[in-house]
Design a binder for this molecule. Structure first.
Ligand SMILES: C[S@@+](CC[C@H](N)C(=O)[O-])C[C@H]1O[C@@H](n2cnc3c(N)ncnc32)[C@H](O)[C@@H]1O
Length: 327
């Protein structure tokens, strides 16, 4: 018992204070909710990578198909010698299509999942030996100081994967504005992937696959809480749920208690009744006009938009909007 307590203390002491704060506040809130960025420890990043290869998960292959086929247009619209700043770069698997097309002067991948970021950056560096690759481990929701060598270069922000959909629209607008600041305002460009609204029959399986990889990704959050915050959540008493919320135009992921449960995290006690959930992720979907409006609200003007033949996913090139003169 003593040994277990001291293990819990050690885990709690070493934990990221922001993780502890978000988890304790989120478990105490009504409804219970924990921000999706905490999915991405090393195990979570690896599980997400497996999700991108699932037959049900159309976004990755659809967006990659668009990126792979539009290189000539990227080259003429974006031009060479920019610094590419990628937000939430993960495995950087889609990035080579863009780098080959536009011949940038530097590449800065930004991600919250540090070890995964560094190994992905190393692998990319080997494929592009002449390109300076400067990874930054950071939370892109906060202001980010870019590495010195890229400060004078014109910037292209790259934000694929419809990660913007993980934020509620007001937060998405704040992030788009912060990106315009990070990228240097006038003259900056942004290439962003935004998932479209479509049939529930396509959407729900993409977040609840037959092989159970998305379930493992969602449940990994509870394992991470137990490991890093000295928790004793009975993970087997929870199940993964994905549902389409029509009013909010988003897929929601939840962790549902299968029975009444009591547990502690960082020494704080929690109880959940059978059927209660912890809301763990939103994935908002946008129609073509919604997406343009979102970007405009965030300080970006759409220059060009591409989609796949079935209109499942959009890749949008936008330019930082000059300070507005009109009301
Ligand atoms: C949906 S995945 C997309 C990965 C990749 N860009 C793609 O298109 O497949 C989200 C990525 O963003 C990272 N991420 C999520 N929230 C973040 C945050 N607040 N700051 C930095 N990175 C974040 C995750 O670690 C993960 O790599």
């Amino acid at each position: 018992m003593l040994l277990e307590e001291s293990r819990a203390d050690t885990a709690t002491a070493a934990a990221d204070p922001a993780f502890r704060r978000d988890v304790l506040a989120g478990l105490a809130a009504t409804p219970r909710a924990i921000p999706a960025r905490w999915f991405y420890d090393q195990a979570g990043s690896e599980l997400f990578e497996r999700i991108t290869h699932l037959p049900e998960y159309y976004p990755t292959r659809t967006e990659t198909g668009i990126l792979a086929s539009k290189g000539l247009e990227f080259a003429s619209l974006i031009g060479a010698n920019r610094a590419v700043i990628e937000f939430g770069s993960g495995s950087s698997t889609k990035t080579p299509h863009l780098l080959r097309a536009i011949q940038p002067a530097a590449y800065v991948p930004i991600d919250i999942s540090g070890d995964f970021l560094r190994s992905s950056a190393e692998a990319l560096s080997q494929r592009f030996p002449d390109l300076p690759v400067l990874p930054v481990e950071a939370d892109f929701m906060r202001p980010i100081a870019l590495p010195g060598p890229v400060s004078r270069l014109p910037k292209l922000g790259f934000f694929p994967g419809s990660t913007i959909g993980n934020m509620v629209p007001p937060t998405a607008v704040d992030l788009l504005r912060a990106m315009a600041d990070t990228l240097g305002g006038n003259g900056a460009m942004l290439l962003i992937g935004i998932d479209r609204i479509k049939s529930e029959d396509i959407l729900v399986p993409a977040y609840d696959d037959a092989a159970g990889v998305t379930a493992a990704f969602n449940l990994n959050l509870l394992h991470r809480i137990n490991r890093e915050l000295g928790g004793d959540i009975p993970v087997e008493a929870f199940r993964h749920r994905a549902l389409w919320n029509e009013g909010e135009a988003r897929i929601e992921m939840h962790l549902e208690a299968l029975r009444d449960v009591a547990f502690t995290v960082s020494g704080r006690a929690f109880r959940m009744a059978a059927g209660e959930t912890i809301h763990t992720e939103n994935s908002h979907k946008y129609g073509p006009r919604d997406a343009r409006l979102l970007l405009r609200a965030g300080g970006w003007t759409v220059a060009r938009e591409w989609t796949d033949p079935d209109g499942l996913f959009a890749l949008i090139l936008a330019e930082a909007t000059p300070p507005r003169a009109a009301p």
